[in-house]
Design a protein around this ligand. Structure first.
Ligand code: MG
Length: 387
């Protein structure tokens, strides 16, 4: 089992507040759909689906993204546009509004938000176009109440300047800040104090923890672990009866708030990636998505061979005419689970693809590689070009 691994020592990261960082995770709510809703003056309670032209249900292509109202129909990013139409037909047959994305709007809004956030952080990491981690330990003087107030102020500032709602999570580690942010979405603020971690995990299913992939979650369920607090009660020795020592230790570290609290700009120097160039420029997003799928499978196989995990996913798209874009998203903890990276890859591709342009090349890369502790340095050998 090698699902989750985290850089070992969160407390060594800068500053005087050894033993406890205060991190804020900010995530814009249904970002792309929210920007389009504002731009076109749409009713936010009606389903909005952005993507390829659905052609009354006969169109090929995929969903780029959708709002919360459309999600209630089970529609999600990278789903075939025809399937989305089947679930929620467009007006006047059904309630859905279908549109192509207004490119350029997203980047502008994102830049404004990131500027607001960056100013208040001791350390800042933009995790994707709509998500960021802030280490605010020094700027709030180690005070959790100030961090809560700061989150509220930032939420209001973002609303005032770009009219977008954002959710904030506050916690002592990357994983906990991220999980806190998921707790009250949309437009929520939630914090997990170091003293409240175990209470937060009480009865909480393992699959909600970033770093526990679908396979590990199933395995834990088979062993009767329904809440993360039960895992804590078993301890490393108990967990080790059915999982690796490494995974057992990591789970207990999550529960004790001892996984990484490092916030740093991403650098994907050490990475594993694959690319595919189409013989003829490809106009069908579903075909490109299919190819991306196999690239992700190949990259994960390579990652597993090297026995490393990564916390940055990048999709590279080159259009006809050689214009190339790379779109990335970082996750709170390094992982090597194929299902997790398939989902990340699909989302990145669907969110960022310019549907109007044929694709020449598609690529996938996992960066921010970390090697599991207590092992031979496979990563070192890899970077020296020996593997
Ligand atoms: Mg978001």
């Amino acid at each position: 089992m090698s699902d989750g691994e985290d850089s070992a020592d969160g407390t060594s990261v800068g500053g005087d507040f050894v033993g406890g960082r205060i991190l804020i995770h900010c995530d814009l709510d249904a970002f792309f759909a929210a920007v389009e809703t504002l731009h076109h003056g749409l009713n936010p309670t009606e389903p909005l689906i952005i993507g390829s032209d659905p052609k009354d249900g006969r169109g090929r292509g995929i969903v780029s993204t959708c709002n919360y109202a459309a999600r209630k129909y089970g529609i999600h990013s990278a789903m075939a546009i025809s399937e989305a139409w089947r679930r929620c037909p467009g007006k006047p047959v059904g309630d859905g509004t279908y549109m192509q994305s207004t490119r350029g709007l997203y980047r502008r809004a994102s830049r404004k938000v990131m500027r607001i956030l960056r100013r208040e952080a001791d350390r800042f990491e933009q995790a994707s176009v709509d998500e960021a981690y802030l280490d605010v330990t020094e700027s709030v003087g180690g005070d959790w109440d100030s961090a809560l107030r700061l989150s509220g102020e930032l939420q209001q500032r973002i609303m005032k300047s770009v009219n977008l709602s954002a959710s904030f999570g506050i916690g002592p580690t990357r994983i906990l800040a991220k999980m806190a942010g998921e707790e009250n979405k949309p437009n929520g603020i939630f914090r997990i104090l170091p003293t409240d971690i175990l209470a937060f995990f009480e009865g909480r299913p393992p699959r909600e923890v970033p770093g526990i992939g679908p396979k590990s979650a199933t395995m834990l369920a088979e062993w009767g672990i329904e809440g993360m607090d039960e895992a804590h009660a078993m301890g490393v020795l108990g967990l080790q009866r059915f999982t690796s020592k490494r995974f057992a230790k990591w789970m207990v570290a999550v529960l004790e708030g001892e996984t990484s609290s490092e916030v740093s700009p991403l650098r994907s120097r050490k990475s594993v990636g694959k690319e595919h160039t189409f013989a003829k420029d490809e106009r069908d997003p579903e075909m490109v998505l299919g190819r991306l799928d196999s690239l992700i499978t190949e990259v994960l196989a390579r990652l597993n061979d090297l026995d490393v995990a990564g916390r940055l996913a990048e999709v590279k798209i080159r259009y006809q005419g050689f214009e190339t874009h790379t779109h990335g998203r970082s996750i709170p903890v390094a992982m090597d689970d194929e299902g997790v990276f398939q989902r990340l890859g699909h989302d990145l591709f669907a969110h960022h693809l310019d549907f109007s342009r044929p694709v020449r090349l598609i690529g996938f890369r996992i960066g921010q590689l970390e090697e599991p502790p207590n092992r031979q340095s496979t990563l070192g050998r890899y970077s020296e070009g020996l593997l």
